[in-house]
Design a protein around this ligand. Structure first.
Ligand code: F0G
Length: 456
């Protein structure tokens, strides 16, 4: 077997400024040991997110030049709308500035206080938008997802029996059900076509609309092709079309599989609902032919959605993500299995067993990765999801203490990923000496963005 190589060459480069350990120490202190407060110019490899951080192609930049900035009736909108309709098959397409704007419009039109919205795992903004209207966002991950280290082809699946039970129990109070592909909150694991098809059938039996959170639809299509019987020869575009065919609508952040730096959309087949959504869109996003976007953004999305469905691109994408996962496992680092589509999740809890959850092992690892090698990652553990017990005031830890290494699309080369592996190897050698952290200042909500920490 020949090795899989990057299916692109580089036309424009962006210099990386190398920092020394003393400078990084000063940067960490100034940022209160919170990586969200570190300037990107002080980061060597940025794995904070795969959202809006990708590199656009020459074709997309050509599209940017062609963008028509007319307020109404722009041909850029027509090209955008045609691309989204061609891939998803939905009748109505509403452009939005990013995924959460689509979620807010959907939640504000369909969801009422007291409602329940099931999902395999809600992403934070989806959950927040549902909770903001007084409804409950219910996660129904499949049983196989519970064991972080067990192998499994489709650990992102929704729990079908639990979905059926939920729709029974809350009959009349479920405005829609959703499946997130791939399951970001669940380790970036894919969802099978069979699971989407069956979830859709359950929703139809109950008369409940079924939506996809389609952010990483193309990565999910690639996993279906390689792991699910019957799709080995099917083009990714056809697999994507089949996934969307089971849904009544979707929300999308084009900052992921749209291969752009900003953009999103909301789709449905419901005429009356779309009219209501467009009214809301005009209030905060913009006229229905541009949403919150410029004509040039619409052009770049129209092109990027197809590029994400290019087979050599997805082969490279999946193999470069799993390459990072396999190599840090070889360095003795515990990693959620199998590697996800867009990210590797390190289990800081078992990597640093001497640090209790109350001293945030995930945040300790995030800090050390920056200190050791200028690598920026994000804690997904008790800093992000720890809850305060309303009676005792004590803090309840999250289920897992993870650190996410999200891989921007078409940005880093193999040697840069090898550098990340080197840093992990050096850290691993001194892991017993890594200390936990204490929170010294925090806001009421979403504390991971702005809390300040101090080493103990
Ligand atoms: N749904 C999923 C599954 C996501 O991963 C995200 C964003 C959104 C919705 C919201 O989209 O950012 O365009 O408003 N995820 C990013 C991340 C922020 O880092 O995982 P948005």
């Amino acid at each position: 077997m020949r090795r899989i190589i990057e299916p692109f060459r580089i036309k424009v480069v962006e210099p990386i400024r190398f920092t020394e350990p003393e400078e990084r120490e000063a940067v960490l202190r100034a940022a209160g040991f919170n990586l969200f407060k570190v300037p990107s110019e002080s980061v060597i490899i940025d794995l904070l997110t795969d959202s809006g951080t990708g590199a656009m192609s020459a074709q997309q930049w050509a599209g940017v030049m062609r963008g028509d900035e007319s307020y109404a009736g722009s041909p850029s909108f027509e090209r955008f709308e045609a691309a989204v309709k061609d891939i998803t098959g939905f009748r109505h397409v509403i452009p939005t500035h990013q995924g959460r704007a689509a979620e807010r419009i959907l939640a504000s039109t369909l969801v009422k206080a007291g409602d329940v919205v099931p999902n395999n795992t809600h992403f934070d903004t989806t959950r927040a938008n549902i909770e903001a209207v007084g409804a409950t966002a219910l996660d129904l991950p499949c049983d196989e997802s519970r064991d972080l280290f067990a192998p499994g082809d489709f650990k992102g699946n929704i729990h079908l029996e639990a979905l059926d039970r939920t729709l029974h129990k809350f009959q009349g109070h479920v405005p829609f059900a959703m499946i997130t592909v791939t399951n970001n909150g669940g380790g970036g694991q894919p969802v099978s076509m069979a699971n989407i098809r069956e979830a859709s059938a359950i929703c139809r039996r109950h008369g409940v609309p079924f939506y996809l959170d389609a952010c990483r639809f193309a990565e999910n299509a690639f996993f279906i092709r390689t792991r699910e019987p019957g799709y080995r020869e099917t083009p990714l575009l056809e697999i994507a079309r089949e996934m969307f065919s089971y849904a009544d609508g979707c929300t999308m952040s084009a900052k992921k599989d749209g291969l752009v730096n900003i953009g999103g959309f909301l789709c449905s087949n419901d005429d009356a609902l779309t009219r209501q959504e467009e009214e809301l869109l005009i209030l905060t996003e913009g006229f229905p032919t541009y949403g919150g976007l410029a004509g040039r953004d619409l052009e770049a999305i129209a092109i990027g959605l197809y590029e994400a469905l290019d087979l050599p691109y997805q082969e490279y994408r999946a193999s470069s993500t799993s390459y990072l996962g396999e190599n840090i496992v070889a360095a003795g680092i515990p990693v959620v299995q199998p590697p996800g589509g867009h990210a590797i999740y390190v289990d800081a809890g078992s990597m640093l067993p001497h640090i209790p959850a109350s001293l945030y092992p995930g945040q300790a690892l995030v800090i050390e990765l920056y200190r050791e090698g200028g690598i920026r990652t994000v804690e997904i553990g008790s800093v992000m999801f720890g809850k305060r017990d309303t009676e005792t005031g004590a803090e309840l830890p999250a289920r897992f203490e993870l650190v996410r290494l999200a891989i921007p699309r078409r940005v880093y080369t193999k040697s840069q990923i090898d550098y990340v592996v080197d840093v992990f190897r050096d850290l691993s050698a001194r892991r017993d000496g890594i200390r936990g952290v204490r929170i010294v200042e925090q806001p009421q909500r979403l504390r991971h963005f702005s809390a300040r920490f101090e080493p103990v």
